[in-house]
Design a protein around this ligand. Sequence first.
Ligand SMILES: Cc1ncc(COP(=O)(O)OP(=O)(O)O)c(N)n1
Ligand SMILES: Cc1nc(C(=O)O)sc1CCOP(=O)(O)O
Ligand SMILES: [Mg+2]
Length: 207
Amino acid sequence: MKLRGLYAITDSQLLAGKFLSYVEAALEGGVTLLQYRDKSSDEARRLREAEALRDLCDRYKTQLIINDDAELAARLNVGVHLGQTDGPLMPVRALLGRQAIIGSTCHAQLELAEQAAKEGASYVAFGRFFNSNTKPGAPACSLDLLDQARSKLHLPICAIGGITLDNAAPLVAHGVDLLAVVHGLFGAESTAEVTRRARAFNELFKS
Ligand SMILES: Cc1ncc(COP(=O)(O)OP(=O)(O)O)c(N)n1
Ligand SMILES: Cc1nc(C(=O)O)sc1CCOP(=O)(O)O
Ligand SMILES: [Mg+2]
């Protein structure tokens, strides 16, 4: 499966009271990957929500990725996204199998991406590219790094951090395969606007 297009990421606070309706609206507009990102330790709710997302993703033929939690990903037979403090990648690859999608946060460091590629990552994520409401403290990353990454790496490149429809086009022009977005997608006022935004993000990959 080609990993290219919109990578929608959930946010439990932003989506409170409209979680599934907003996610479904995004899937309606087209989502290549959907990440369940919930930083709480409420295991029961996390399992319930992740199962609901898996069922929704099955209906829309979208791939579900769980943030941080390889055990939950294994339980649901879906992919996982790992940051630099979320544990080593290789045992997770062994746990989830060769086909599973495993993403790796590489901040603004090409060496981290080269290491992740060696260890079997399915995609590497660089960021943050713009100011992020969701994660204000994330280290900054430049378009120059994308050019270097594009020439050195042979796996999909994901960009994250403050991405909106107004600032995403240069990222795609610099070789990004996946646009990972929270507020720029789910910060919309209505489900119709979420769907419109998802479609518009995907349009950026067609020109
Ligand atoms: C697609 C994508 N890229 C980066 C991250 C950030 O992961 P991490 O550094 O582990 O931070 P948290 O998201 O866990 O707070 C991500 N989740 N997804
Ligand atoms: C979860 C996350 N990781 C980042 C990184 O730079 O590693 S930025 C980020 C938040 C992305 O949300 P928004 O689209 O609202 O800025
Ligand atoms: Mg993490």
